[in-house]
Design a protein around this ligand. Structure first.
Ligand SMILES: Cc1cc2nc3c(=O)[nH]c(=O)nc-3n(C[C@H](O)[C@H](O)[C@H](O)COP(=O)(O)O)c2cc1C
Length: 326
Protein backbone atom coordinates (compact mmCIF):
# COMPACT_ATOMS: atom_id res chain seq x y z
CA UNK A 1 0.00 0.00 0.00
CA UNK A 2 2.85 2.44 0.83
CA UNK A 3 3.92 2.59 -2.84
CA UNK A 4 0.54 3.99 -3.77
CA UNK A 5 -0.46 5.94 -0.69
CA UNK A 6 1.22 9.38 -0.61
CA UNK A 7 0.46 9.90 3.08
CA UNK A 8 2.27 6.70 4.08
CA UNK A 9 5.27 7.80 2.06
CA UNK A 10 5.25 11.31 3.55
CA UNK A 11 4.89 10.10 7.13
CA UNK A 12 7.04 6.96 6.85
CA UNK A 13 4.48 4.84 8.74
CA UNK A 14 2.72 1.53 8.05
CA UNK A 15 -0.90 2.32 8.97
CA UNK A 16 -2.58 5.40 7.40
CA UNK A 17 -3.72 6.62 10.80
CA UNK A 18 -2.71 9.69 12.79
CA UNK A 19 -3.20 9.95 16.53
CA UNK A 20 -4.06 13.65 16.29
CA UNK A 21 -2.60 16.33 18.52
CA UNK A 22 -4.79 16.99 21.54
CA UNK A 23 -4.42 19.64 24.19
CA UNK A 24 -4.39 18.50 27.04
CA UNK A 25 -4.67 14.78 26.20
CA UNK A 26 -1.45 14.26 24.19
CA UNK A 27 0.83 12.90 26.91
CA UNK A 28 4.22 11.57 25.73
CA UNK A 29 3.25 7.91 26.36
CA UNK A 30 0.19 8.21 24.08
CA UNK A 31 2.17 9.81 21.25
CA UNK A 32 4.91 7.16 21.51
CA UNK A 33 2.45 4.25 21.70
CA UNK A 34 0.66 5.36 18.51
CA UNK A 35 3.92 5.52 16.58
CA UNK A 36 5.22 2.30 18.07
CA UNK A 37 2.01 0.55 16.91
CA UNK A 38 2.57 1.63 13.29
CA UNK A 39 0.44 4.79 13.16
CA UNK A 40 1.73 8.37 13.52
CA UNK A 41 1.68 9.96 16.98
CA UNK A 42 1.62 13.75 16.97
CA UNK A 43 3.37 15.83 19.62
CA UNK A 44 1.32 18.75 20.98
CA UNK A 45 3.96 21.00 22.60
CA UNK A 46 1.59 22.94 24.87
CA UNK A 47 0.20 19.67 26.11
CA UNK A 48 3.67 18.44 27.03
CA UNK A 49 4.72 21.68 28.73
CA UNK A 50 1.55 23.14 30.30
CA UNK A 51 -0.70 20.13 30.78
CA UNK A 52 1.94 17.55 31.72
CA UNK A 53 4.49 19.89 33.29
CA UNK A 54 7.52 18.68 31.37
CA UNK A 55 10.37 20.66 29.91
CA UNK A 56 9.75 20.35 26.15
CA UNK A 57 13.07 18.70 25.31
CA UNK A 58 12.63 16.25 28.20
CA UNK A 59 9.18 15.38 26.82
CA UNK A 60 10.69 14.75 23.39
CA UNK A 61 13.35 12.51 24.90
CA UNK A 62 10.69 10.58 26.86
CA UNK A 63 8.91 9.87 23.57
CA UNK A 64 12.17 8.89 21.90
CA UNK A 65 12.98 6.50 24.75
CA UNK A 66 9.68 4.70 24.07
CA UNK A 67 9.83 4.51 20.28
CA UNK A 68 12.25 5.00 17.42
CA UNK A 69 9.40 5.17 14.90
CA UNK A 70 8.47 8.45 13.16
CA UNK A 71 6.49 10.98 15.19
CA UNK A 72 4.93 14.25 14.07
CA UNK A 73 4.59 17.72 15.61
CA UNK A 74 1.55 20.01 15.84
CA UNK A 75 2.10 23.75 15.42
CA UNK A 76 -0.93 25.92 16.14
CA UNK A 77 0.24 29.08 14.44
CA UNK A 78 -2.53 31.54 15.15
CA UNK A 79 -1.05 34.65 16.75
CA UNK A 80 -3.41 35.03 19.69
CA UNK A 81 -1.04 35.33 22.61
CA UNK A 82 1.92 37.74 22.54
CA UNK A 83 5.36 36.05 22.30
CA UNK A 84 3.62 32.85 21.27
CA UNK A 85 5.22 32.74 17.80
CA UNK A 86 8.73 33.00 19.27
CA UNK A 87 7.95 30.15 21.69
CA UNK A 88 6.51 28.00 18.87
CA UNK A 89 9.61 28.66 16.77
CA UNK A 90 11.87 27.37 19.54
CA UNK A 91 9.71 24.23 19.97
CA UNK A 92 9.85 23.58 16.22
CA UNK A 93 13.65 24.01 16.25
CA UNK A 94 13.92 21.50 19.11
CA UNK A 95 11.65 19.02 17.29
CA UNK A 96 13.70 19.33 14.10
CA UNK A 97 16.92 18.78 16.08
CA UNK A 98 15.37 15.64 17.55
CA UNK A 99 14.68 14.33 14.03
CA UNK A 100 10.95 15.10 13.68
CA UNK A 101 10.13 15.55 9.97
CA UNK A 102 6.32 15.55 9.79
CA UNK A 103 4.46 18.68 10.86
CA UNK A 104 0.75 19.41 11.19
CA UNK A 105 -0.04 23.12 11.23
CA UNK A 106 -3.38 24.57 12.29
CA UNK A 107 -5.07 28.01 12.30
CA UNK A 108 -3.04 30.69 10.49
CA UNK A 109 -0.61 30.91 7.59
CA UNK A 110 1.80 27.95 7.57
CA UNK A 111 4.35 29.59 5.21
CA UNK A 112 7.05 30.25 7.82
CA UNK A 113 6.78 26.69 9.17
CA UNK A 114 7.04 25.25 5.62
CA UNK A 115 10.19 27.32 5.02
CA UNK A 116 11.85 26.06 8.22
CA UNK A 117 10.85 22.44 7.82
CA UNK A 118 11.67 22.18 4.10
CA UNK A 119 15.30 23.13 4.77
CA UNK A 120 15.86 19.74 6.38
CA UNK A 121 13.63 17.73 4.03
CA UNK A 122 10.57 17.74 6.29
CA UNK A 123 6.92 17.86 5.26
CA UNK A 124 3.97 19.99 6.39
CA UNK A 125 0.27 19.05 6.30
CA UNK A 126 -2.23 21.78 7.22
CA UNK A 127 -5.62 21.51 8.97
CA UNK A 128 -8.37 22.92 6.73
CA UNK A 129 -12.13 23.15 6.95
CA UNK A 130 -12.95 24.46 3.48
CA UNK A 131 -11.57 25.04 0.01
CA UNK A 132 -10.43 28.65 0.38
CA UNK A 133 -8.16 27.70 3.33
CA UNK A 134 -6.93 24.63 1.46
CA UNK A 135 -5.92 26.74 -1.53
CA UNK A 136 -4.16 29.24 0.73
CA UNK A 137 -2.24 26.49 2.51
CA UNK A 138 -1.16 24.88 -0.77
CA UNK A 139 -0.03 28.32 -2.03
CA UNK A 140 2.08 28.53 1.16
CA UNK A 141 3.78 25.26 0.17
CA UNK A 142 2.19 22.57 2.34
CA UNK A 143 2.29 19.01 0.98
CA UNK A 144 -0.99 17.64 2.28
CA UNK A 145 -4.29 18.64 3.83
CA UNK A 146 -5.95 17.43 7.01
CA UNK A 147 -9.64 17.81 6.19
CA UNK A 148 -11.40 18.70 9.44
CA UNK A 149 -15.10 17.86 9.10
CA UNK A 150 -18.30 18.58 11.01
CA UNK A 151 -17.97 15.49 13.24
CA UNK A 152 -14.48 16.30 14.55
CA UNK A 153 -13.34 16.72 18.12
CA UNK A 154 -11.57 20.03 18.83
CA UNK A 155 -12.43 22.81 16.35
CA UNK A 156 -14.89 21.19 13.94
CA UNK A 157 -15.52 22.41 10.40
CA UNK A 158 -18.86 23.06 8.65
CA UNK A 159 -18.77 20.23 6.07
CA UNK A 160 -19.23 16.45 6.02
CA UNK A 161 -16.27 14.16 5.14
CA UNK A 162 -17.91 13.36 1.79
CA UNK A 163 -18.41 17.05 0.89
CA UNK A 164 -14.79 17.90 1.83
CA UNK A 165 -13.50 15.13 -0.40
CA UNK A 166 -15.63 16.46 -3.27
CA UNK A 167 -14.52 20.05 -2.68
CA UNK A 168 -10.78 19.33 -2.32
CA UNK A 169 -10.32 16.21 -4.42
CA UNK A 170 -9.10 18.06 -7.51
CA UNK A 171 -6.34 19.99 -5.69
CA UNK A 172 -3.82 17.20 -6.22
CA UNK A 173 -2.72 16.98 -2.55
CA UNK A 174 -3.00 13.95 -0.24
CA UNK A 175 -6.14 14.34 1.87
CA UNK A 176 -6.46 13.06 5.44
CA UNK A 177 -9.94 12.77 6.99
CA UNK A 178 -10.19 14.31 10.49
CA UNK A 179 -13.37 13.74 12.44
CA UNK A 180 -15.99 11.14 13.14
CA UNK A 181 -13.80 8.05 12.95
CA UNK A 182 -14.10 6.06 16.17
CA UNK A 183 -14.16 2.46 14.95
CA UNK A 184 -12.35 0.24 12.41
CA UNK A 185 -15.29 0.02 9.95
CA UNK A 186 -15.57 3.81 9.66
CA UNK A 187 -11.78 4.00 9.20
CA UNK A 188 -11.86 1.54 6.28
CA UNK A 189 -14.88 3.38 4.85
CA UNK A 190 -13.05 6.75 4.76
CA UNK A 191 -10.05 5.19 2.99
CA UNK A 192 -12.31 3.42 0.48
CA UNK A 193 -13.98 6.77 -0.17
CA UNK A 194 -10.67 8.21 -1.34
CA UNK A 195 -8.88 9.67 1.68
CA UNK A 196 -5.17 8.80 1.99
CA UNK A 197 -5.37 8.65 5.76
CA UNK A 198 -7.41 9.38 8.88
CA UNK A 199 -6.60 11.61 11.84
CA UNK A 200 -8.40 10.50 14.99
CA UNK A 201 -8.48 12.16 18.38
CA UNK A 202 -11.42 11.11 20.57
CA UNK A 203 -10.79 7.35 20.06
CA UNK A 204 -7.26 7.75 21.42
CA UNK A 205 -8.36 9.48 24.64
CA UNK A 206 -10.14 6.26 25.67
CA UNK A 207 -6.92 4.22 25.65
CA UNK A 208 -4.79 2.86 28.48
CA UNK A 209 -1.77 4.93 27.43
CA UNK A 210 -3.64 8.22 27.54
CA UNK A 211 -3.31 9.65 31.06
CA UNK A 212 -6.66 11.47 30.95
CA UNK A 213 -8.72 10.91 34.11
CA UNK A 214 -10.92 7.75 34.10
CA UNK A 215 -14.03 10.03 34.36
CA UNK A 216 -13.09 11.58 30.99
CA UNK A 217 -12.58 8.17 29.34
CA UNK A 218 -15.88 6.90 30.79
CA UNK A 219 -17.71 10.01 29.54
CA UNK A 220 -16.44 9.26 26.00
CA UNK A 221 -17.38 5.58 26.16
CA UNK A 222 -20.88 6.43 27.51
CA UNK A 223 -21.62 9.41 25.24
CA UNK A 224 -23.91 9.26 22.22
CA UNK A 225 -23.27 11.51 19.20
CA UNK A 226 -26.42 13.56 20.04
CA UNK A 227 -24.69 14.57 23.28
CA UNK A 228 -21.85 16.30 21.41
CA UNK A 229 -22.38 20.03 20.88
CA UNK A 230 -20.37 23.03 19.79
CA UNK A 231 -19.47 25.66 22.36
CA UNK A 232 -17.56 28.93 22.07
CA UNK A 233 -17.43 29.28 25.85
CA UNK A 234 -14.13 27.45 26.18
CA UNK A 235 -11.71 29.03 23.74
CA UNK A 236 -13.76 31.82 22.12
CA UNK A 237 -14.19 29.77 18.92
CA UNK A 238 -16.49 26.79 18.44
CA UNK A 239 -15.18 23.45 19.66
CA UNK A 240 -16.89 20.10 20.31
CA UNK A 241 -17.78 19.12 23.83
CA UNK A 242 -19.78 16.45 25.64
CA UNK A 243 -22.94 18.00 27.07
CA UNK A 244 -22.52 17.07 30.73
CA UNK A 245 -24.38 18.56 33.74
CA UNK A 246 -21.74 21.32 34.06
CA UNK A 247 -22.09 22.29 30.39
CA UNK A 248 -25.90 22.27 30.71
CA UNK A 249 -25.59 24.61 33.68
CA UNK A 250 -23.16 27.11 32.14
CA UNK A 251 -24.65 26.96 28.60
CA UNK A 252 -22.94 26.61 25.24
CA UNK A 253 -22.73 30.20 24.00
CA UNK A 254 -20.68 33.15 25.27
CA UNK A 255 -22.89 35.93 26.72
CA UNK A 256 -24.01 38.87 24.56
CA UNK A 257 -21.22 41.25 25.68
CA UNK A 258 -18.45 38.63 25.44
CA UNK A 259 -19.84 37.54 22.06
CA UNK A 260 -19.66 41.10 20.74
CA UNK A 261 -16.11 41.60 22.07
CA UNK A 262 -15.08 38.31 20.42
CA UNK A 263 -16.33 39.60 17.04
CA UNK A 264 -15.25 43.27 17.26
CA UNK A 265 -11.96 43.72 15.37
CA UNK A 266 -10.21 45.81 18.07
CA UNK A 267 -11.02 43.53 21.00
CA UNK A 268 -11.11 40.16 19.23
CA UNK A 269 -7.46 39.25 19.74
CA UNK A 270 -7.37 40.25 23.41
CA UNK A 271 -10.59 38.36 24.15
CA UNK A 272 -9.39 35.25 22.32
CA UNK A 273 -6.10 35.33 24.28
CA UNK A 274 -7.95 35.61 27.58
CA UNK A 275 -10.34 32.79 26.63
CA UNK A 276 -7.47 30.61 25.39
CA UNK A 277 -5.51 30.96 28.64
CA UNK A 278 -8.55 30.31 30.83
CA UNK A 279 -9.63 27.31 28.79
CA UNK A 280 -6.11 25.81 28.83
CA UNK A 281 -6.21 25.93 32.63
CA UNK A 282 -9.74 24.51 32.87
CA UNK A 283 -9.14 21.68 30.40
CA UNK A 284 -5.87 20.75 32.06
CA UNK A 285 -7.60 20.38 35.43
CA UNK A 286 -10.57 18.45 34.03
CA UNK A 287 -8.15 16.14 32.20
CA UNK A 288 -6.18 15.48 35.39
CA UNK A 289 -8.93 15.51 38.05
CA UNK A 290 -12.06 14.47 36.15
CA UNK A 291 -15.48 15.34 37.55
CA UNK A 292 -14.05 16.16 41.00
CA UNK A 293 -12.93 19.39 39.25
CA UNK A 294 -15.58 19.80 36.51
CA UNK A 295 -17.05 17.50 33.86
CA UNK A 296 -15.72 19.65 31.01
CA UNK A 297 -14.69 17.06 28.43
CA UNK A 298 -13.91 17.79 24.77
CA UNK A 299 -14.80 15.04 22.27
CA UNK A 300 -16.16 14.61 18.77
CA UNK A 301 -19.11 12.69 17.34
CA UNK A 302 -16.76 9.73 16.84
CA UNK A 303 -17.80 8.82 20.43
CA UNK A 304 -20.39 6.76 18.55
CA UNK A 305 -17.78 4.13 17.67
CA UNK A 306 -15.90 4.11 20.99
CA UNK A 307 -17.27 1.30 23.12
CA UNK A 308 -14.49 0.68 25.58
CA UNK A 309 -11.04 1.65 26.82
CA UNK A 310 -8.39 -0.28 24.87
CA UNK A 311 -4.64 -0.22 24.47
CA UNK A 312 -3.30 1.89 21.59
CA UNK A 313 -1.83 -1.25 19.98
CA UNK A 314 -5.30 -2.87 20.00
CA UNK A 315 -6.89 0.19 18.39
CA UNK A 316 -4.25 0.54 15.68
CA UNK A 317 -4.19 -3.25 15.10
CA UNK A 318 -7.98 -3.39 14.65
CA UNK A 319 -7.92 -0.47 12.22
CA UNK A 320 -5.10 -2.05 10.18
CA UNK A 321 -6.98 -5.39 10.13
CA UNK A 322 -10.15 -3.67 8.85
CA UNK A 323 -8.15 -2.29 5.94
CA UNK A 324 -6.68 -5.69 5.11
CA UNK A 325 -10.13 -7.29 5.27
CA UNK A 326 -11.58 -4.66 2.93
C1 LIG B 1 -9.58 16.92 23.32
C2 LIG B 1 -9.12 17.32 21.96
C3 LIG B 1 -8.10 18.24 21.85
C4 LIG B 1 -7.62 18.62 20.58
N1 LIG B 1 -6.55 19.48 20.50
C5 LIG B 1 -6.01 19.78 19.29
C6 LIG B 1 -4.83 20.56 19.20
O1 LIG B 1 -4.26 20.97 20.21
N2 LIG B 1 -4.33 20.81 17.96
C7 LIG B 1 -4.93 20.35 16.83
O2 LIG B 1 -4.44 20.64 15.72
N3 LIG B 1 -6.04 19.58 16.88
C8 LIG B 1 -6.58 19.28 18.09
N4 LIG B 1 -7.66 18.42 18.16
C9 LIG B 1 -8.19 17.79 16.92
C10 LIG B 1 -7.58 16.37 16.72
O3 LIG B 1 -6.21 16.43 16.45
C11 LIG B 1 -8.30 15.61 15.59
O4 LIG B 1 -8.21 16.29 14.37
C12 LIG B 1 -9.78 15.38 15.93
O5 LIG B 1 -9.91 14.92 17.25
C13 LIG B 1 -10.41 14.36 14.98
O6 LIG B 1 -11.75 14.13 15.33
P1 LIG B 1 -12.22 12.92 16.29
O7 LIG B 1 -12.05 13.42 17.67
O8 LIG B 1 -13.63 12.72 15.90
O9 LIG B 1 -11.37 11.73 16.00
C14 LIG B 1 -8.19 18.07 19.41
C15 LIG B 1 -9.24 17.13 19.54
C16 LIG B 1 -9.70 16.75 20.78
C17 LIG B 1 -10.79 15.72 20.89
Amino acid sequence: MSETNPFLQDAGVEVPLICGAMYPCSNPELVAAASEAGALGIIQPMSIVFAHGLDFKKGLRRIRALTDQPVGFNAIIEKTVALYERQMRSWIDAALEEGVRFFVTALGNPKWVVRLVEQVGGIVYHDVTERRWAQKALDAGVRGLICVNNRAGGHAGPHSPERLLDDLGDLGAPLVCAGGVGDPARFAEMLALGYSGVQAGTRFIATTECTAHPDYKRAIVDARPEQIALTNKLSGVDCSIIVTPTIERIGLRAGAIAGRLLRYERTKRLMRSAYALLSMWRLKRANAQGSSFKDVFQAGKSVEGVRGVKSVAEVVGEYAAALQAG
